[in-house]
Design a protein around this ligand. Structure first.
Ligand code: THU
Length: 139
């Protein structure tokens, strides 16, 4: 990996500061590492109409894909109520499914940040028996 997990975690924490979360007061940041070596930062962006809210992870994926990157190495995720990091802010089911669209279940790594460091998981661990593009493509 071109940057260290600690550097990716630091970028996720930086992104968390930019969260727009006036309704939940949950601040979430993500830093997504593409195979190119580029890092895409994302924060959650809430909306008065609630359903248009987008999670930090999907903000990062949307930025990456729209800039032409579709292969990924890892993502660091950090979050907390009032912006205070305590336990991990695990990715929601929708975000896990978006990861399944672009990421390998065995090699894509998630660094889930907590107050004492971070836990490392593969996508397959967090999305067991997942639905992947190969099923639809007939591969
Ligand atoms: N949120 C994320 O950004 N990522 C997740 O995976 C879980 C939830 C955000 C969405 C919303 O702004 C707030 O956290 C509370 O659900």
């Amino acid at each position: 990996m071109m940057i260290t997990p600690e550097q990716l975690v630091a970028q996720a924490k930086e992104a968390m500061l930019r969260a727009y979360a006036p309704y939940s007061d949950c601040f979430v940041g993500a830093a997504l590492l593409g195979k190119s070596g580029k890092v895409y930062m994302g924060c959650n962006i809430e909306n008065a109409s609630f359903s248009p809210t987008i999670c930090a992870e999907r903000t990062a994926f949307s930025k990456a894909v729209s800039e032409g990157e579709k292969e990924f190495v890892a993502i660091a995720i950090v979050g907390g109520k009032h912006g205070e990091v305590k336990d991990v802010f695990a990715p929601c089911g929708v975000c896990r499914q978006v990861m399944a669209e672009f990421c390998d279940p065995d090699t894509f790594l998630l660094y889930l940040v907590h107050e004492n460091g971070y836990d490392t998981h593969t996508l397959g661990e967090l999305l067991p028996c997942g639905f992947y593009p190969k099923s639809v493509k007939g591969e």
